[in-house]
Design a protein around this ligand. Structure first.
Ligand SMILES: CC(C)(COP(=O)(O)OP(=O)(O)OC[C@H]1O[C@@H](n2cnc3c(N)ncnc32)[C@H](O)[C@@H]1OP(=O)(O)O)[C@@H](O)C(=O)NCCC(=O)NCCS
Length: 178
């Protein structure tokens, strides 16, 4: 476990399935405008963990409650060492700054070398629908640079959605806390 001020992060486990389902159900309205709402999705996510996908759950230190989830997906090593971050925060912790603390721990873990217990990545990407202001704010808060616009990038809410592309390389990390 890696500790932040108010949160810790770790890989998901089978005993997270029930609290995960409850957290996603509680947060359906908040998540659903932007991401799929899949309360029963953790077993599948657990089965897909591997070299190309690493999931981190973010927990509130004080209560043990589930603050959020971040997938590091599409991981490619070799000369790219790149991963794409996808995340949701959960009620009642959304909007309290805990998700941002957790995301900083995830980025830290991504850039640490394998010897240091990290993923050894060099570049991280975040793709956000243009009017998802809270997620754009998260990307910027973490120090991600706006790189460009990707039309019809992801199939969400029954349509191919345009995305703004943000990225951060290890040279730019750590960014000042905002
Ligand atoms: C995008 C998302 C993960 C952002 O998470 P969040 O809950 O807003 O993140 P935080 O809890 O860190 O909240 C940050 C906000 O809390 C405020 N805040 C409150 N207390 C704070 C504290 N102690 N420290 C820092 N920020 C604090 C910040 O000012 C910030 O406000 P703002 O959003 O108005 O700028 C969340 O909105 C979400 O799950 N959305 C639905 C799914 C989604 O869009 N996923 C991303 C797809 S690309």
């Amino acid at each position: 476990m890696m500790a932040g001020m108010r949160v810790t992060i770790r890989a998901p486990r089978p005993d997270d399935v029930v609290p995960y389902a409850e957290a996603v159900r509680r947060s359906a309205e908040h998540i659903g405008r932007w991401n799929p709402v899949e309360p029963d999705g953790l077993p599948d996510l657990l089965s897909r963990q591997g070299v190309g996908l690493r999931t981190f759950l973010i927990f509130d230190r004080e209560s043990g409650g589930l603050v959020g989830k971040c997938n590091v997906a599409n991981i490619v090593m070799a000369r790219f060492r790149n991963g794409v971050l996808g995340y949701d925060s959960y009620v009642p912790f959304d909007g309290t700054g805990r998700m941002s603390e957790g995301m900083r721990l995830v980025v830290e873990r991504c850039f640490l070398s394998a010897e240091q217990g990290g993923l050894g990545l060099h570049r991280l990407e975040i793709n956000v629908q243009p009017d998802n202001e809270r997620s754009v704010a998260m990307a910027r808060r973490l120090g991600f640079r706006h790189e460009g616009f990707t039309p019809r990038m992801l199939f969400l809410q029954d349509a191919w959605r345009d995305h703004e592309r943000f990225a951060l390389t290890a040279e730019e990390w750590p960014t000042p806390v905002r």
